[in-house]
Design a protein around this ligand. Structure first.
Ligand code: AMP
Length: 190
């Protein structure tokens, strides 16, 4: 069992790197943003509640996202482990993740802190917005998402520092360079 939290600002490459990690280490990639977008596409009640918040770059409520994530873990009982992408985004969520993993006899093994400078994040997200079809990849929402990240999500780094599980990853290299740095960390722990 190998459980990885991939942490970083919007546009830091978490989704791209998670796909590489998922394949190489045979893990299940759980992206809360992807789950919410799928709910919106289905027109479900959860999706309807989430859409307005996501379009403004605001978080959906902790209790809602925590319940969604617990359900996703339980839907994948045969998994070798998980990559948590976009979760936890608040300290409350980090505590909830520890509790829900503990209840299931698991824990977070590795936290990857993918660091990319803010000006590069905006550049990448604007570029992605040309083709992503995501209603939150526009300049105003991007700036709000980065602000919310700095205010609410960066403190989560201290939570993992306190547990000595954080690993700094320089995220502004090429995709291959970033992946090599990530594999070096995972291989050293596994
Ligand atoms: P992402 O695809 O990770 O960039 O997430 C897109 C949007 O989904 C975020 O801006 C939030 O509105 C919402 N979201 C995703 N994950 C979470 C989470 N863990 N907590 C609260 N909101 C979330």
């Amino acid at each position: 069992m190998l459980n990885i939290v991939i942490f970083g600002a919007p546009g830091s490459g978490k989704g791209t790197q998670s796909a590489f990690i998922e394949k190489k280490y045979n893990l299940v990639h759980l992206s809360t943003g992807d789950i919410l977008r799928a709910e919106i596409a289905k027109g479900s009640e959860i999706g309807n509640k989430a859409k307005g918040l996501m379009d403004q770059g605001l978080f959906v409520p902790d209790e809602m996202i925590i319940a969604i994530l617990a359900g996703a873990i339980d839907d994948n009982k045969a998994a070798n482990g998980f990559i948590f992408d976009g979760f936890p985004r608040t300290t409350v969520q980090a505590e909830a993740l520890d509790a829900m993993l503990k209840e299931r006899g698991m824990s977070v093994d590795v936290m990857l802190n993918v660091d990319v400078p803010a000006d590069e994040l905006v550049k990448r997200l604007l570029e992605r917005g040309k083709t992503s079809g995501r209603s939150d990849d526009n300049l105003e929402t991007i700036q709000n998402r980065i602000k919310v990240y700095e205010e609410k999500t960066l403190p989560v780094l201290n939570y993992y520092k306190g547990q000595k599980k954080d690993n700094y990853i320089k995220g502004d290299g090429t995709m291959d360079e970033v992946f090599a740095a990530i594999c070096a960390v995972i291989d050293a722990k596994a």
